[in-house]
Design a protein around this ligand. Structure first.
Ligand code: ARG
Length: 461
């Protein structure tokens, strides 16, 4: 018998029963559902809406039910549709009439909204901790590679010399924003919809401030219709996760490139690589590829929920039951990606000689050559042009800029002096790039300190 069967003359069709039911996926919010119910019952008692005896029976019954669910002793049923009706039905089976008073001044509509917010709050804290862990790994590798010169790229063409530390710290900075984005999202999410009722509040003298407080929210949501209608917090969470995954995916893409024979800038640890069933020599970066691939899945969740919510009239619509699977799938996906990705980065071996060899070809010190002339009084635009001509000559003779003799250089400009070779050396090109935020070791030291401070300030412990 359904909790809502009073108005009906017929049983629900079996197909509808299955179609309508969400217990197969919303069961994972059982703890939040029970926590929300305990707060609601406590408040009902304090406001004199139900008796202290009933509150006692409900709170004890729910506490025992929670323990039994955790111990694996409880089976949920699709006949009871969702986690909210399963919990209420199980409670009532256990404690009788008091259980039937729990739903006073409440609806599943405000219940589900509060459950999902509580659930997200918990998961977001865990995801944040995982991002901070990845930052710790980045920090470790950056510290070890402050003097590892590598080519920096634009258009995937060698552009200017940087260090591996600088490259890694770029991701460290992106992840900082992923952390603060999640914190902002959590703060905006931290208002309590409980007491919105089905949509229009209630005539019972409830105290919404009290339930908000009991559940650790900063305030009740201001409008009951809004309280049950919006899922912007879930959309925002999925946006945060999509941006995070975009960062991981770009990083993953570079790992994939870097461990190819074409680059060979890094060697992944055997424990974080996989083989081929036919090609004996293969060592594949499957972890990085899967992170890149799963990014599409997270974007799909975001776009899917946006599409579900689009055009829904206020207030609750059953369409909104479709919010949970993409949210849960995203949580599971991100929580799988972050630790394995961090471990892969932690254990990868950087190959500085190969990076250095790549930095030596491709004229990545050409800007420095133009800057050399500019510092000697030539307008930069002219220096740029002359250096371009030099590069062209080099490509014809197969030389690098620093392999040109001084007389060859002076043929192009008399401003070249013997100190040009020092100016063109990788050590100078990187070491002198000490503008704020630049790749010089002095500047990566500053970035490392900033990242360390950030991690310390945002860790729970
Ligand atoms: N299982 C539902 C959901 O996930 C709970 C709210 C149902 N409310 C309703 N009036 N049918 O959205």
């Amino acid at each position: 018998m359904k909790l809502w069967s009073g108005r009906f003359q017929k049983e629900t069709d079996a197909l509808v029963n299955d179609f309508n039911s969400s217990i197969s996926f919303d069961a994972r919010m059982y703890e939040e559902d029970i926590t929300g119910s305990i707060a609601h019952a406590t408040m009902l008692g304090e406001c004199g809406i139900i008796s202290p005896e009933d509150v006692n029976a409900i709170v004890n019954g729910l506490t025992e039910l929670l323990a039994d669910i955790k111990a694996g002793k409880v089976e949920f049923s699709a006949d009871n549709e969702d986690i909210h009706m399963n919990v209420e039905t199980l409670l009532t089976q256990r404690i009788g009439d008091a259980g039937k008073r729990l739903h006073t001044a409440r609806s599943r509509n405000d219940q589900v909204a509060v459950d999902l917010r509580l659930y997200l709050r918990k998961e977001m804290a865990e995801i944040k901790e995982q991002i901070l862990n990845l930052q710790r790994v980045i920090l470790k590798q950056a510290k070890e590679n402050q003097n590892t010169v590598m080519p920096g790229y634009t258009h995937l063409q060698r552009a200017q010399p940087i260090t591996m530390a600088q490259h890694l710290l770029a991701y460290g900075s992106m992840l900082k924003r992923d952390v603060t984005r999640l914190e902002d999202c959590a703060e905006r999410m931290n208002e309590c919809p409980l007491g919105s009722g089905a949509l229009a509040g209630t005539t019972h003298p409830i105290n919404r401030l009290r339930t908000a407080e009991l559940l650790g929210f900063s305030a009740p949501m201001a409008n009951s219709l809004d309280g049950v209608s919006d899922r912007d917090y879930a959309v925002e969470f999925l946006s945060c996760m999509s941006i995070l995954m975009m960062h991981l995916s770009r990083f993953a893409e570079e790992i994939i490139l870097w461990c190819s024979w074409e680059f060979k800038y890094i060697e992944l640890d055997d424990a974080y690589s996989t083989g081929s069933s036919i090609m004996p020599q293969k060592k594949n970066p499957d972890v990085a590829e899967l992170v890149r691939g799963k990014t599409g899945r997270v974007y799909g969740a975001l776009i899917g929920l946006l599409a579900t919510m689009k055009s829904l009239p206020l207030a609750y619509n059953k369409d909104m039951q479709e919010d949970k699977e993409p949210v849960f799938d995203t949580i599971d996906t991100v929580k799988m990606c972050l630790p394995v990705f961090a471990a892969m980065i932690d254990t990868m071996k950087v190959l500085p000689e190969n990076m250095r060899a790549a930095a030596n070809r491709g004229f990545i010190n050409a800007t420095d050559c133009a800057d050399y002339l500019a510092k000697r009084g030539m307008p930069f635009r002219d220096a740029y042009k002359i250096t371009g001509q030099l590069v062209y000559r080099c490509t014809e003779s197969g030389k690098t800029l620093e392999e040109m003799s001084l007389s060859e250089l002076q043929e192009i400009s008399p401003l070249f002096g013997p100190d040009v070779y020092d100016a063109l050396s990788m050590e100078t090109c990187v070491g002198q790039r000490c503008s704020y935020g630049g790749p010089s070791p002095s500047e990566t030291t500053r970035q490392i300190e900033l990242l360390q401070q950030f991690i310390d300030a945002h860790s729970e412990a």
